[in-house]
Design a protein around this ligand. Structure first.
Ligand code: 4AD
Ligand code: MG
Length: 479
């Protein structure tokens, strides 16, 4: 008999059908009811054994976490909680799970902290919470490709190993095959990178944008979606050293077009999860509602997870300039009462406390901030006519803070060159990039969405480590 997936059986199985299911035991109660899960859905199927017909030694091995194959007939369920179940004729143990080992792990049937679950990357997949998170993560990755494909964008694979530091923040991981204990030294005493694999220093990419710009200036509309690496030593709940970024880049778009595209995109993804991940979303929604009960009133979120997604789908994002935001912040209660840890004045990089105030207290909706001071943004952003600000945009989300960063790009060769000089970026290093401004340059714009921050938003998980299968953070690259 061919194995069927539990999701398909629960959706379309008919009483009287013979079925074979393979999965892992979630629970085995009263020597009679086996809860089997195969990952195809958050729901288990109940397999009922008549223990008198089975070998005792065999049933002993049907323990939590064991892998089993069960076959039998679909019957109407007598119990509450499911409409059909399997009346088992055969049980086969595919892989045992020793109950003593299980006792030490997340598989024992009790509630575990997310921190404890993180230590058992292989088993946390087996929990309802992480099953739901990773099924949704997959759905959003698919939706990203669908959104852009449906709109005529091309998926461009930009390199992981690169010589450039697009964001100029210097938070790069160097890549070398030189022996650190035996480095070749040049005549001037510096490391002789000519002898390194690529003949020069290279690093893991911090962004695929500069390469995507080359694609956009020929293919019109492209996007990248790949791993990104930053050696930021910030051990926060919103930073990873290895994360995934989605970066669309569009020829002939200006900042306004860029904002419209971002807003459509984030609405589309939120709506996709609402329509296509109903069971997993409901589970995470209820999980959060339960968690909130143990929190003080002031720390509870006003909307449930599903309501927050619906809110994003149905409401316009608030758009304002950085300069206006500084005004709003300086007029705010926490500023006047000196409640902000960091000062607020024109020119500062906004801190997460400021971003969260704007989104969660002042406007109570997603916010797009534009036109930041040139000095706090990357060299490639287009200079505005005021000479002080650039055509940047950041999208701020409730509970997350910055979820998207983007801009219209500086397409004027002379302005770009003088900007690079200001930022001490040698022209030789980016000659290939500057060339796009010499052969039919054109206005263009793009943005970067932090994929894991989006997954945090659509799952309600509050630590970014819990939305990526194998998190990499300072001092941690386990598994
Ligand atoms: O704002 P960022 O640095 O923008 C860029 O890299 C541009 N090149 C994007 C573009 O215009 N094509 O990063 C974009 C987004 C952030 O808004 C944030 O959501 C996410 O990437 N991000 C991180 N996510 C997890 N961990 C980190 N360490 C992150 N750093 C940035
Ligand atoms: Mg940013």
């Amino acid at each position: 008999m061919k194995r069927e997936k539990i999701k398909d059986i629960l959706a379309a199985g008919k009483v009287g059908d013979s079925v074979l299911v393979k999965g892992w035991v979630r629970a085995f109660r009263s020597n009679r009811f086996i809860q089997v899960n195969d990952g195809s859905t958050i729901k288990n199927i109940q397999a009922v054994v008549d223990f008198e017909n089975f070998d005792e030694a065999l049933l002993k091995r049907v323990s939590t976490a064991a892998a089993v194959a069960v076959s039998g007939e679909i019957v109407e369920s007598q119990g509450a909680g499911q409409s059909i179940e399997i009346k088992v004729s055969e049980v086969e143990i595919l892989g045992d799970a020793n109950p003593d080992d299980v006792q030490k792990t997340v598989m024992q049937p009790k509630k575990h902290s997310l921190e404890f679950l993180r230590e058992q990357a292989h088993l946390r997949f087996r929990t309802n919470t992480f099953g739901a998170v990773f099924r949704i993560r997959h759905a959003v990755a698919f939706a990203i490709n669908k959104f852009f494909n449906d709109r005529g964008f091309y998926y461009l694979h930009t390199p992981i190993i690169t010589g450039s530091d697009a964001e100029g923040a210097g938070e790069i991981f160097q890549v070398t095959n030189l022996d650190p204990l035996n480095l070749p030294i040049a005549e001037d005493g510096s490391i002789d990178y000519k002898q390194d694999f690529f003949g020069k220093p290279v690093n893991l990419t911090v962004s695929g944008q500069l390469e995507a710009e080359l694609g956009a200036m020929a293919l019109g509309q492209v996007y990248t979606f790949g791993p990104t690496f930053r050696a930021e030593n910030s051990n926060t709940s919103r930073h990873l050293a290895e994360f995934w970024m989605v970066e669309p880049e569009v020829a002939f778009n200006d900042l306004k077009d860029n904002m419209d595209l971002t807003e459509d995109f984030l609405k589309y993804l939120s709506n996709y999860v609402l329509t296509n991940c109903a069971d997993d979303l409901q589970f995470l929604n209820d999980r959060e509602v339960n968690e909130q009960k143990s929190k003080p009133q002031k720390d509870r979120s006003e909307l449930t997870l599903k309501e927050r997604l619906e809110f994003v789908v149905n409401n316009e994002f608030k758009r304002l300039t950085y300069t206006e935001a500084i005004q709003v912040l300086r007029n705010s209660k926490p500023f006047k009462k000196k409640k902000f840890q960091y000062d607020v004045e024109w020119g500062i990089d906004l801190q997460s406390e400021h971003e969260r105030y704007l989104v969660e207290k002042e406007f109570k909706c997603p916010v797009i901030l534009t036109d930041y001071p040139a000095g706090i943004k990357a060299f490639y952003m287009r200079q505005n006519d005021d000479g002080k600000t650039v055509a940047a945009m950041d999208v701020l989300f409730p509970g997350i803070g910055e979820i998207v960063g983007g801009s219209q790009r500086e397409e004027r060769l002379d302005v770009l060159k003088s900007k690079m000089a200001d930022f001490n970026i040698p022209e030789e290093d980016l000659a290939w990039y500057l060339d796009t401004r010499k052969f039919g340059t054109a206005p263009h714009a793009g943005f970067g969405l932090g994929f894991e921050r989006m997954i945090m938003f659509v799952t309600g998980m509050t630590n970014i480590r819990d939305v990526i299968p194998f998190p990499r953070t300072p001092q941690n690259a386990e598994f």
